[in-house]
Design a protein around this ligand. Structure first.
Ligand SMILES: *Cc1c(COP(=O)(O)O)cnc(C)c1O
Length: 484
């Protein structure tokens, strides 16, 4: 497909401005302020529409196919969320508008915090962080500030070996040393290993529940008690809270700080990297450290409170990614109290239904009831093919690939998260294709190794793309001239 630059024809335009009706004065603009001609494509409106429509049709998204990307929760995003976020009162509101004229927006922020408190069992929330990893950073900054306020020097953070990579990254950014906790044979944190590493200089543990294997940490209460007896903090990565919505609350099982990914659990589009929102909830004793300003109700009016002397300060310009907050608010309100619990139940039911269909054909490392997702391995595949080949072949059948090679503790991991929004027919069709691919891996391994065969591009050099990305068009490239 041609680049938009390659469609350019000198002099072609998408707009026609009225003729100038003021006499042109020579030298009106001094020479040094006159712009050079920009190297931009010169195309008609139709060229632009056709070009970008064609590009969008080569793309894959939740709106055109099943997207079982584990840990990413690619659920369907109801369009009513988009309508609400686009209401002019929200989308055109200036972030510096005075409090009196932004009462509605502040009310949305305030009420969303109330809902998240109710759903999670935490005592206070900030909606400022712009992503899950940003929520982690905020949470660990609070951990740091908490121990500083007590004049205690604690330098370590415990992190299970199944954790998402952003956990150690956030802890390291805040200056902590990460100590790895092993998983046991059941895929849960090894409490003996935890005990052996729980020294007086441990500030916190970062735990994920359900963990990244899709398993509920059944001994979470014991783990939390061990930490609390050591005066350490229990942080939970709640990026994917789907499975426990309306059923279990982190605040009730010993969690002191929690982040939630609104763009995963509460349905906002997040393919391609954003924008997102990673609200952080804390228990009462940590509330005074939350970012400022907070949104409060004073005399029946919503107010921004900047007078929070112990706050870690701002973590984001303005009040967070407000459009995402409106979408999550709409999702919660439109599902209602019973709908929220149904999200939890159906996400678990869908994952277990698929697991039951696939476990005769693919090896399951931890064979028990899963939560909203589950992990398979490459053990039953023939030696000729890899997990990556299975993922690539799925694209030929119109399915997005699951998350692969994560969590790191599972060899050749295939991590599948169907989400609660998929029908039985879709799950059946996906299971059928997974089983067919398994058969192909034995009978026709070559087809797997050359897949995908039907997509606009086949196997790309992922390493080159990551190490030497070309992010800017240079006209020389179009003319096939050598580039540096
Ligand atoms: C997605 C995810 C994160 C990171 O969230 P971002 O919004 O991508 O920064 C952290 N932990 C877990 C378990 C996740 O699935």
């Amino acid at each position: 497909m041609k680049l938009i630059f390659e469609r350019s024809v000198k002099g072609r335009k998408a707009v026609e401005l009225p003729k100038l009706d003021v006499p042109l004065q020579a030298n009106l603009i001094p020479e040094e302020f006159i712009r050079q001609e920009l190297d931009m494509p010169e195309v008609s409106e139709l060229d632009v529409i056709r070009h970008y429509t064609a590009l969008s049709r080569r793309n894959f998204g939740v709106d055109n196919g099943f997207y079982p990307l584990g840990s990413c929760t690619m659920k369907y995003n109801p369009k009513i969320n988009e309508d609400m976020a686009r209401l002019e009162g929200f989308s055109q509101l200036h972030p510096y508008a005075p409090e009196e004229s932004s009462q509605g927006a502040l009310q949305i922020i305030y009420e969303l915090q109330q809902y998240l408190k109710e759903i999670s069992g935490m005592d206070a929330f900030t909606l400022q962080p712009a992503a899950g990893s940003h929520g982690e950073l905020t949470g660990i900054m609070i951990v740091k500030k908490y121990f500083e306020s007590m004049n205690e020097k604690r330098t370590k953070i415990l992190i299970p070996d199944s954790a998402h990579g952003t956990n150690p990254a956030s802890a390291t950014l805040c200056g902590f040393e990460c100590v790895e906790i092993k998983s046991n044979s059941e895929g849960e944190i090894d409490l003996d290993d935890l005990k052996s590493k729980l020294t007086k200089d441990v500030a916190a543990i970062m735990i994920t529940n359900p963990n990244t294997l899709g398993l509920f940490e059944r001994r979470i209460l014991d783990a939390a008690k061990l930490m609390h007896d050591n005066n350490s903090i229990v942080y939970m990565d709640g990026a994917n809270l789907n499975a426990m919505l309306g059923i279990a609350r982190p605040g009730d099982f010993g969690i002191d700080i929690l982040h939630i990914n609104l763009h995963k659990t509460f349905s906002t589009p997040h393919g391609g990297g954003g924008p997102g929102a990673g609200p952080v909830g804390v228990k009462k004793h940590l509330e005074r450290f939350l970012p400022k300003p907070s949104v409060e109700v004073v005399d029946k009016k919503y107010r921004l409170n900047y007078n929070l002397p112990d706050s870690i300060g701002r973590v984001r310009a303005f009040y967070g990614n407000f459009g995402i907050l409106v979408r999550a608010y709409t999702y919660i309100r439109s599902n209602g109290f019973e709908g929220i619990r149904a999200i939890g139940e159906n996400s678990v039911l869908n994952a277990n239904y698929l697991l039951a269909k696939l476990k005769k054909h693919y090896h399951v490392p931890y064979n028990r009831t899963c939560q909203h997702e589950f992990v398979l391995t490459d053990k039953y595949l023939s030696n000729d093919v890899s997990t990556n080949d299975v993922a690539k072949r799925l694209l030929d059948f119109g399915f997005y690939a699951p998350t692969i090679y994560f969590p790191l503790i599972v060899h050749g991991a295939i991590m599948i998260e169907p989400t609660e929004t998929e029908s039985k027919e879709t799950l059946d069709a996906f299971a059928e294709v997974m089983i067919k691919i398994k058969e192909e891996s034995v009978n026709d391994p070559e087809i797997l190794k050359s897949a995908p065969l039907t997509t606009p591009v086949s196997r790309l050099d992922g390493v080159l793309a990551a190490r030497k990305p070309i992010l800017r068009y240079e006209r020389t490239m179009a003319l096939n001239e050598p580039t540096h």
